[in-house]
Design a protein around this ligand. Sequence first.
Ligand code: HEC
Ligand code: HEC
Ligand code: HEC
Ligand code: HEC
Ligand code: HEC
Ligand code: HEC
Ligand code: HEC
Ligand code: HEC
Ligand code: HEC
Ligand code: HEC
Ligand code: HEC
Ligand code: HEC
Ligand code: HEC
Length: 451
Amino acid sequence: MSRYRIVNKSLLIFIIALVTYVLLFSTSNSFAFLVKDEFPAHNIEKGDCFAQECHSAMTTEKKAYQHKPFEEHKCMSCHLPEMASNNDSVEINQRMICAGCHETVENELSGSLYIHGPINAGDCTSCHNPHQSDVKYLLKESYNKLCDTCHKMDRLFSGAVKHKPVKDGNCGLCHDPHASNYKSRLKDVGANLCISCHEEMVTGMTYEYVHMPLLESGCSDCHDPHSGRDSLRLRSSIDTLCFNCHKEKKNAIEHYDVEHKPAKEGKCIICHSPHFSENKSLLRAQVDDLCYQCHKENREWQSRHFQHGPVVQGNCSACHNPHGSDNAYILRLSFPHKFYSEYEKGKYNLCFLCHKESMVTAEETETVTYFRNGKKNLHTLHVNQKKGRTCRACHDVHASDQEDHIREEFRFGAADIPIYYKKTENGGTCIPGCHIERSYDRINSVDNNRE
Ligand code: HEC
Ligand code: HEC
Ligand code: HEC
Ligand code: HEC
Ligand code: HEC
Ligand code: HEC
Ligand code: HEC
Ligand code: HEC
Ligand code: HEC
Ligand code: HEC
Ligand code: HEC
Ligand code: HEC
Ligand code: HEC
């Protein structure tokens, strides 16, 4: 019985010894305080932390930036007896210790929607040294290496070319290291973030036409803010980028019978600015200047005596759809390209977008056209027939040196046949290759068959 008790007693002693051992030596941090009562041994009086030369090394190695309470040996403002059971005797949630003195930081944190991971964990000292440091703001690492300690840049941003501030490690120029009200804790919202550095774009943002994504979400819809395959860091190759959002255009362009090469190839930015413009539809320049960039030979139209109304205005897209069309010459509406064409309603819709259709349907008129002999409508006579002449048989739709946009020559088979046109007071005279000289006069009808 008693023997039994002795065994039990030694077992108890052994267990106590074991527990003591574990408590004493298992914490690798020798600064940990074992029990609350031991803390006063560190003494509360200012300076005593160093008195016994326990922590004197901390002050002999003086670093460039000293934290005020540390410098003033107010160790107890952070190391607290009631936290004695924690490592370092500091509150696990350091934010609570720091908050007491750093009210502005605390206000920023408690008023923000997005708080950085380590701060949520109360770990201010993952970035700051609470005592002293050689880096400004008591940072543990140089500013441009700090973020890399947790976010391995090369793993995060695999693109071949990195944005300058990213490459330099200056993440903090865009991201607030603590907290902010913008997603990803950005320092500013949308385009503002970027144009704070890209000043050359500030005026553009005030133009009349600003591309919707810049206003709605900023720049990152198209540019990766960190890295990419080239310095532009576009989200997709430049010839597919626009189609990411403009699906309806993609669909239309794919289905047109007649393609316009630059649009088909996705070279949208030849004509459009991706950002902003003073021209409607974000055009980089007035429409005709865009066209003449590639259709260089046509620039000579500008030196002709007479240019068609919309050509004068530089409005090529009134007739041509720059993206493609189901009509020849990427025309917006139908227009027969032959010399002869049987008249049908709808065939000349392109012209009747701006001119009156009655000019080719009225047999007799004193109003709808000047091209009449007496009252006889010569437009109807030429156009509205089984073997009708098309408008282009007589007119050049772009420009001409003859009045009324009468073309100087037309191609008939393999030959270029000239047309001489002369206006008279009340009519005109024409010597085309296809018949002898003919005249018309609106007051005194001419009988061309007399001669
Ligand atoms: C602003 C708050 C603050 C003040 C003031 C402060 N400490 Fe600390 N101390 C900490 C924190 C937080 C840790 C935990 C270290 C970590 O997480 O990096 C720590 C850790 C320590 C450690 C253990 C780790 C190390 O860095 O060696 C010692 C020793 C220490 N402090 C001593 C002191 C002494 C001595 C003073 C006064 C001269 C002092 N501390 C003042 C916050 C403070
Ligand atoms: C007892 C008050 C007190 C406590 C607690 C305290 N600080 Fe400070 N801290 C100060 C004072 C005072 C300054 C100097 C302020 C100044 O120069 O504007 C300072 C400066 C700083 C700076 C440098 C600011 C700058 O502009 O260079 C940082 C970073 C900082 N503290 C971080 C912390 C962190 C992190 C904690 C918590 C672990 C903390 N502090 C706890 C009083 C305190
Ligand atoms: C992820 C790293 C990181 C963490 C975690 C962090 N900081 Fe900072 N802190 C910085 C950087 C970087 C700066 C330098 C200024 C800047 O870039 O805004 C800074 C600046 C400061 C400053 C001085 C400038 C200012 O804003 O007043 C104080 C004070 C400060 N931090 C306190 C804290 C406190 C308190 C915590 C914990 C609640 C904390 N920091 C957590 C990175 C961090
Ligand atoms: C101590 C480690 C640590 C350091 C140092 C650190 N981070 Fe973080 N960061 C984290 C953790 C953990 C998360 C994940 C938290 C989450 O998603 O809630 C995170 C998340 C982020 C995010 C993700 C998105 C978000 O909404 O929060 C960004 C951006 C970020 N950090 C930027 C930075 C920058 C910039 C720096 C340097 C000033 C930095 N980090 C330094 C640990 C760190
Ligand atoms: C030029 C500004 C800028 C710089 C510099 C910058 N970032 Fe970002 N970062 C952003 C933007 C903008 C986003 C939001 C991305 C989005 O909307 O797709 C972001 C998002 C993030 C995210 C969230 C995850 C993601 O990809 O959506 C992390 C993590 C991050 N950044 C880390 C960093 C780190 C680390 C650095 C420094 C090496 C850094 N950033 C530098 C602008 C920047
Ligand atoms: C901290 C300043 C800074 C911020 C903020 C910034 N950038 Fe930059 N960015 C630069 C610098 C510096 C360059 C390199 C300029 C050069 O090499 O001419 C650059 C280059 C670029 C380029 C390449 C220009 C070229 O001609 O190749 C693009 C695109 C760009 N940034 C977009 C952005 C976007 C989008 C944002 C916002 C997410 C942004 N930047 C925010 C500083 C900044
Ligand atoms: C709709 C997509 C899109 C958006 C949104 C966008 N960009 Fe761009 N960005 C481009 C394209 C495409 C280019 C290439 C233009 C070129 O090569 O002519 C470009 C070129 C650039 C360049 C190089 C110089 C230049 O002007 O050609 C910079 C810098 C730039 N962008 C910054 C920004 C900034 C800052 C924002 C936000 C304010 C932004 N981008 C928004 C598509 C976009
Ligand atoms: C992130 C989505 C997005 C991308 C990428 C995008 N756009 Fe847009 N774009 C829009 C939105 C939204 C509108 C406004 C709604 C609309 O008119 O369809 C718009 C409008 C336009 C307009 C019409 C402006 C007006 O005044 O009618 C043009 C032109 C345009 N985009 C060209 C482009 C070009 C060129 C690209 C490629 C460089 C491109 N977009 C890439 C979203 C985008
Ligand atoms: C050859 C020049 C040119 C090219 C290339 C071009 N566009 Fe256009 N785009 C124009 C012109 C001119 C207008 C204005 C049309 C008008 O006057 O109504 C326009 C108008 C637009 C509009 C707004 C009006 C509408 O038609 O919906 C959008 C969106 C648009 N283009 C997108 C694109 C996209 C996406 C691409 C690339 C696939 C592209 N454009 C290629 C010249 C061009
Ligand atoms: C980036 C160069 C480029 C620009 C800008 C451009 N085009 Fe074109 N265009 C072409 C190419 C290439 C063809 C195909 C030529 C061919 O097949 O012989 C073409 C064909 C045409 C055709 C059909 C010609 C034919 O003989 O079938 C017309 C019409 C035309 N473009 C009108 C325009 C108009 C109008 C504009 C301005 C809104 C314009 N183009 C802007 C390159 C361009
Ligand atoms: C009033 C309608 C109209 C306007 C405006 C117009 N075009 Fe045309 N364009 C046509 C027609 C119709 C054709 C077909 C050729 C023909 O039938 O003579 C054509 C043909 C073309 C061709 C291919 C054949 C050739 O003559 O080279 C090009 C290129 C062209 N136009 C470019 C332009 C440019 C550039 C502008 C603006 C300066 C423009 N067009 C304005 C109606 C127009
Ligand atoms: C976008 C509107 C528009 C379209 C489409 C249009 N025109 Fe015109 N047209 C005008 C304007 C405006 C004038 C008056 C200014 C001038 O003399 O050019 C005019 C004048 C003319 C004249 C000369 C009148 C004169 O007495 O000098 C002829 C001929 C003509 N157009 C033929 C055509 C033909 C053929 C078509 C179809 C291919 C056509 N137009 C399509 C706007 C248009
Ligand atoms: C046989 C040659 C010929 C044909 C075919 C022809 N026109 Fe004309 N057109 C003329 C002549 C000549 C005038 C000048 C009348 C005048 O002012 O004395 C003219 C004038 C015009 C005018 C100026 C207003 C008016 O009616 O006087 C327009 C617009 C016009 N034509 C459009 C067209 C259209 C559209 C077509 C095709 C549907 C067409 N023309 C076909 C010879 C022709």
